[in-house]
Design a protein around this ligand. Structure first.
Ligand code: ADP
Length: 169
């Protein structure tokens, strides 16, 4: 049976899921936005572990423990910086979702939550990013047994509405 896709408006750091995805920067050494919130909630051990990962390329994904988070793992992925759409941004964004989901599957995560990757500081237009996210998540849950539940987390009303439209109601 295909897994479920849920939509939540709120703070990803509070969610009781096996893994949360972090929209990180290539250094993996912390930043603002959702990255800052995840590091604050997880505690300083998260940064310690990230130092050993040696950074992350855009579109790739690496995992750490979740430390003080309710989530057991954090999957760090690096989204594309928006440059107008002609520099392979969409493909890189697809890779972020695809690789994060494959890593969640490998870890044995039954549930995973995603923030809206790249649509904050990285400037990817929400209306363009959301359909890409939904398409890649659907593709994965239709084919794979894990994760059984994917939660798409919107942090603001506009993103929430875009997800509601893309999910069809
Ligand atoms: P990026 O650099 O990939 O654009 P940002 O962290 O700037 O990453 O923003 C990505 C998305 O995460 C934005 O929609 C932002 O509003 C959202 N966000 C910020 N903090 C949180 C949080 N605590 N939980 C969920 N989403 C968040």
């Amino acid at each position: 049976m295909a897994g479920s896709i849920d939509l939540v408006l709120g703070d990803i750091t509070t969610l009781e899921v096996d893994a949360i995805v972090n929209a990180a920067n290539p250094s993996l050494l912390g930043g603002g936005g959702v990255d800052g919130a995840i590091h604050r909630a997880a505690g300083p051990e998260l940064l310690q572990e990230c130092r050993f990962l040696g950074g992350c390329e855009p579109g790739e994904a690496k995992h750490t423990q979740g430390y003080r988070l309710p989530a057991r793992w954090v999957i760090h992925t690096v989204g594309p910086i928006w440059h107008g759409g002609r520099r392979g941004e969409e493909e890189t964004l697809r890779d972020c979702y695809r690789h994060s989901l494959l890593l969640a599957e490998e870890l044995g995560a039954t549930s995973v939550a995603f923030p809206s990757i790249s649509t904050g500081v990285y400037g990817y237009p929400v209306e363009r990013a959301v359909p890409v996210a939904v398409q890649e998540v659907r593709r994965h849950v239709e084919q794979a047994t894990l994760p059984q539940r994917v939660v798409l987390v919107a942090f603001d009303e506009r993103t929430h509405e875009a997800y509601r439209d893309a999910l069809g109601g």
